[in-house]
Design a binder for this molecule. Sequence first.
Ligand SMILES: NC(=O)c1ccc[n+]([C@@H]2O[C@H](COP(=O)([O-])OP(=O)(O)OC[C@H]3O[C@@H](n4cnc5c(N)ncnc54)[C@H](OP(=O)(O)O)[C@@H]3O)[C@@H](O)[C@H]2O)c1
Length: 316
Amino acid sequence: MNQAGAAVLEYVERPDPAAGPGEALVEVACAGVNFMDIGVRRGAFLTEIPDPKVLGVEGAGRVLAVGDGVESVEPGRRVAWAFALGSYAERIAIPASSLVPVPDAIDDRTAAAVMMQGLTASHFATDFYRVEPGDVAFVHAAAGGLGLLLTQIIKLRGGRVIGRVSSSGKAAAAEHAGADHVIVDAGSGFVEEALRLTGGEGVHVVYDGSGPTTFQGSLDVLRRSGTFCWYGPVLGGPGPIEIMSLPKSVKIGYAVYRDHVSTPELLRSRSGRLFDWIEEGRLEVRIGGEYRLADAAEALADMEARSTIGKLLLIS
Ligand SMILES: NC(=O)c1ccc[n+]([C@@H]2O[C@H](COP(=O)([O-])OP(=O)(O)OC[C@H]3O[C@@H](n4cnc5c(N)ncnc54)[C@H](OP(=O)(O)O)[C@@H]3O)[C@@H](O)[C@H]2O)c1
């Protein structure tokens, strides 16, 4: 794998794109920063797209023009999106089917911040493992953009949350999101405390995208027949698993939100549900850092340094 560092990013002038058939040309107000962007920069994801690539998959902005055959959005409409490569830009041409309208009550920053991580979190807690009242969930990186949203959605569904964060400065954010307990640990030392908190039983579900270091511990904190929601391709997994070595009849899977938000209708209904929760005051989106588009490399470096809390945005 090419481990290209943040320094390979360049801020350059390019001609404005045009909206092709089925596309909308969007003026980007802000782009969301995702861990996945680090994977693309390193050459681990989206390798089929030739270099030089424009990073970024998510954002919010305003439609400037539409191409042939587009009826779902019109110029002037405020929109948001997830999974459109090239979002670290001032203008982007996006398939209209990837856009969702943003309600007036939701500002651009909030809309951009909730798309990728909010859709992922709601998929994890409602589809991959359907959290029921009383369930205990273990959430890694609980003060990250994904972790804060996932914690709140589990709580909305009546679950209990044990969060793990890597440093004490992040604990208050996870608690504010509703975590019932927060364990400060940057390695694999969280198991004993999680088992103590569950009376030795373990948790119903563990959400782990934190790399190989936490994998065995995440297995250890599960109760019998618990569910392991693995989701961290950038930080990596444990390597090949011998299925008969798995303990306690646990179920393990790689959760990818695109498998559940797989049609434009689902994209609109799932993002609409997130917007409703925000408007009702039931879901809070914490923006932990705003950077100029020209400073995207700094945003990615801060995320890799584990120094950030909540969502990072690039403002055009
Ligand atoms: N499968 C899917 O559909 C899907 C969708 C979205 C994201 N993801 C994955 O979810 C993970 C989080 O991504 P995100 O974009 O949502 O960002 P995020 O939650 O805001 O991630 C930042 C968090 O990652 C942790 N972290 C950073 N560097 C780390 C390292 N070297 N080792 C271990 N943990 C580290 C930090 O938590 P602590 O320092 O507190 O541990 C930090 O709070 C990534 O692995 C990403 O690939 C998967």
